[in-house]
Design a protein around this ligand. Structure first.
Ligand code: ZN
Length: 127
């Protein structure tokens, strides 16, 4: 049930943004989801479909991208995205997770329609 608060937060953000840009209908939202987050794509879409009824986001398609966590090497100090290995790609040293990375749910960009033309925009990082 972690998805519901995330979806409500997402809808809230989209409502405000749509109002600012005079967007009547949001058609697509690209989301970046941390690989360590326990949010499930299908559940997000399910809750989104229910919660967006009657809002500007009704019928919008969600597109998910997984964002890798960032690791930091305890030997040489470099940071890199976690892909397949937990070892440092530079020196092979042990790494630790960079706190706060690989979690959460963020809007990357969205598409919508205003009164005249199609509109595409992106939101600043970390909002
Ligand atoms: Zn290293």
């Amino acid at each position: 049930m972690h998805e519901l608060p995330a979806v409500l937060n997402l809808l809230d953000t989209m409502e405000k943004t749509a109002r600012e840009h005079n967007i009547r209908r949001v058609t697509r939202i690209d989301l970046k989801i941390g690989e360590l987050s326990d949010l499930v794509d299908d559940c997000i879409q399910l809750y989104f479909d229910m919660a967006s009824e009657g809002t500007v986001c009704e019928g919008a398609k969600l597109v998910f991208t997984r964002e890798p966590a960032q690791l930091r090497c305890t030997s040489c100090g470099c940071t890199f995205p976690h892909e397949t290995s937990f070892d440092c790609p530079r020196c092979g040293g042990k790494t630790t997770l960079v706190r706060g990375t690989g979690s959460g749910c963020e809007i990357v960009r969205f598409q919508g329609e205003d009164d005249t033309i199609g509109w595409q925009g992106s939101l600043p990082e970390g909002g």
